[in-house]
Design a protein around this ligand. Structure first.
Ligand code: SF4
Length: 495
């Protein structure tokens, strides 16, 4: 039998030696062998990237490649990059020297770079910035990974015919529902790297949710850059005739007769076990653009018992003029209106947000508006960052006029205020009992008194630590909260 080498990779045929013996009767059905590189995927950035990496790892495993635990032991390195912040890109640039040394030790090593750093209009820059990379793939080209590596026709005995995501957790799963983004936030590179919105067909999402429930997943997070616009690009169907235009703010788009995220949440919630409990105990969704947060969606959150009482709703700034420059399409009044509706419909809901400080032209008093908003809304957590210009974005044409030191000062001021708010909110949990989905086991430490510790999140997305054995992994456990810090709660199993 001839060995067919990969057209792109010249890696050692590491997995061929491990290929299982084939019985004589089956031998005629085997295909040509290929040199299959062992691979490692290094993921930076958001949940969408982590979900994409799970899909790429699934495709490589399905092609017969073996996964390695580190960059150093791999013959194929896939870097899934993030371009939202300059610091994330610097991390990859900073690894080029290390990759050069790995390549010197193993000339067969090949490197693929994908994620939001790769766009169709910046290939000339990429080659200079990432000299150790052999192949650049835009995020929308990721499904072509194995084909572009010449692995598409590769088979190995016993592999699944259809690639499935190689999920890193057996407890919580990402479930992408929409790819790309149609928004025009001026600071963001995503619409340029991930392209326009493409919703996954309704039945495909529901079938995947059903499979995840059957596989024992306790928690599913619906994913997209803007999950709230799910469905507007899908065909009209009679069964969705009850869905009417559902946006209250800004430009309305025609949803008539198309599924929306509220319909998805309801359908997933209606998947039930024999004893009529939700087949998936917890459903979350991220990220929500405020402009597209419809009344139907708020209603679905209130009515679906599996949908968790938490929403991440990025606000970005507390000032309307800054929001306009950011292209965010809502006002602070409209945002506060949503907060009010959410709190009325879903009592006890926890809200988290993103903020950018020091955006182009942000004055001191505009920044103070953001601090005032934080004090008014009292978010549980704020993911804050100082603005950095992303080349290729509309904001790159604005004057980045807030000095670096001032951005840093504003960031520290904001984090200080938020730490106090977070601590007060967490203090209110002390003495209460909350349901925790255990998904982490921590090694015993003398700091914790030496016993085994586990951790997980409650429905409000609070991180909770408590004493417990690894057998609790994947279980829903009632925990009584005894102590609180600004970022996490500590308790013990409720009796
Ligand atoms: Fe970027 Fe705005 Fe789209 Fe989010 S909604 S991915 S910030 S353009």
């Amino acid at each position: 039998m001839a060995t067919r080498m990969l057209p792109v990779f010249d890696a050692r045929p590491a997995t061929i030696a491990a290929r299982p013996q084939v019985s004589d009767e089956l031998a005629e059905f085997t295909t040509d062998e290929v040199a299959l590189p062992s691979f490692h995927v290094w993921t930076l950035g958001c949940q969408m990237n982590h979900s994409d990496s799970e899909e790429m790892a699934g495709a490589l495993l399905a092609a017969g490649c073996a996964q390695t635990p580190s960059l150093e032991s791999a013959e194929l390195i896939v870097i899934n990059s993030c371009a939202i912040r300059e610091a994330a890109e610097q991390k990859v640039i900073g690894r080029m020297g290390h990759l050069a040394r790995l390549r010197a030790a193993n000339p067969a090593l090949r490197v693929v770079l994908t994620g939001c750093s790769v766009r169709s209009d910046n290939t000339h820059v990429l080659h200079k910035r990432y000299p150790q990379v052999d192949l650049f793939l835009r995020p929308d080209e990721e499904p072509e990974l194995t084909a572009r590596l010449g692995l598409a026709g590769a088979t190995s005995v016993g592999r699944m015919a259809a690639p499935a995501a190689q999920r890193n957790s057996a407890i919580s799963a990402w479930l992408p529902i929409i790819y790309g983004c149609d928004k025009t936030c001026t600071y963001c590179i995503v619409p340029f790297s991930r392209g326009p919105e493409r919703s996954r067909p309704f039945d495909e999402v529901i079938n995947e949710a059903r499979s995840l429930a059957a596989a024992g997943y306790r928690e599913v997070t619906l994913l997209g850059q803007n999950v709230n616009s799910y469905g507007h690009d899908l065909p009209v169907e009679d069964r969705f005739g009850h869905i009417r235009r559902a946006r209250d703010m800004g430009r309305n788009i025609d949803l008539d007769g198309r599924p929306d995220i509220a319909e998805l949440l309801g359908a997933i919630d209606s998947l039930r076990t024999a004893d009529v409990a939700p087949a998936i105990s917890r459903v979350r969704f991220v990220t929500s653009h405020p402009w597209d947060l419809s009344d139907r969606l708020i209603g679905a959150m209130a009515e679906s018992s599996s949908v968790c009482e938490h929403l991440h709703l990025p606000v970005q700034s507390g000032n309307d003029a800054v929001l306009r420059r950011m292209g965010r399409q809502y006002t602070i009044d409209a945002y506060l209106g949503l907060v009010e509706k959410l709190r009325a419909a879903v009592p006890g809901i926890s809200l988290t947000t993103d903020v950018i400080v020091g955006f182009c032209g942000e004055t001191d008093s505009q920044f103070e508006n953001t601090l005032a908003l934080l004090r008014e809304v009292r978010f549980e957590t704020v993911f804050a960052a100082a603005f950095s210009v992303r080349p290729g974005t509309p904001a790159a044409r604005l004057d980045d006029d807030v000095p670096r030191a001032e951005k840093k000062r504003r960031l520290q001021a904001l984090l200080g205020i938020q730490e106090g708010i977070g601590r007060e909110i967490n203090d209110a949990w002390v003495g209460r009992t909350t349901e925790v989905l255990v998904d982490q086991v921590r090694p015993p430490s003398s700091h914790d008194g030496g016993g085994p510790r586990v951790a997980g999140r409650n429905r409000n997305n609070k991180l909770v630590h408590f004493d417990g054995s690894p057998e609790l992994l994947g279980r829903l456990v009632d925990v009584r909260i005894e102590r609180a810090g600004p970022y996490a709660l500590v308790g013990s199993v409720a009796r």
